[in-house]
Ligand binder design. Sequence first.
Ligand SMILES: [Zn+2]
Length: 251
Amino acid sequence: MTAIIGIYLLILGLALGSFYNVVALRVPAGESVVHPPSRCSRCGTRLGAMDMIPVLSYLFSRGRCRHCGVSVSALYPLGEAATGLLFVWVYLQTGITGQLPIGLVLVSLSVIITVADIHYMKIPNKVLLFFLPILVVLIILTPAGSLWSHLGGALAGGSILLLIVILSRGGMGMGDVKLFALFGWVIGFPNVLLALFAACLLGLLYGMILRVAGRNGRGQPIPFGPFLAAGTLIAYGYGSHIISGYLSLIG
Ligand SMILES: [Zn+2]
């Protein structure tokens, strides 16, 4: 039973991930997510069913358009694979409980934000406004702890990032503040602090790798949304273990 549901969620995640790519790339540009149908960005050939099998189409065509040979961004298969795998990961954490839809929605928001922020260097308001009511209602229906923890997470997440925005003067945007308030609402307090710590650590690591590889000139902005999403998912999945392990270490 577990395996069948896992496989189902993997396929669902791969298919939805494909749609999330479309949402992430079209919504910030003010385009419709349903019309027009997907086309090659260079030769304009409309993509057929064979071009739209998540991950596999990309692998079989070696990352190129089958008609004109232009290379297709690796963001597409990565977004699809990440959604599929994370859906299964969430299910392994929650089982079939009220927490499952919350986890799946959290992953969905994370993937869309990550692709959009990498591509446009901004976190689209429309996406946040779409997910806000869904996550508010789901958490009120099945909170993971007390509702105060969720409220505290939203307040802490939003206010700490707001402080960082003010102090860093442009290093981060208001989109990050709103996103992290929403993430904080989902994972609650004190998980939100762990999420921010993990996000900063990952961001720092990434910046160091870029510098070592000589890829990044100083002051070139790095989108922070993907790191906030990664930190949030880490805290969502392992927060209670990490925090209790840490407390027993210092206690
Ligand atoms: Zn083409």
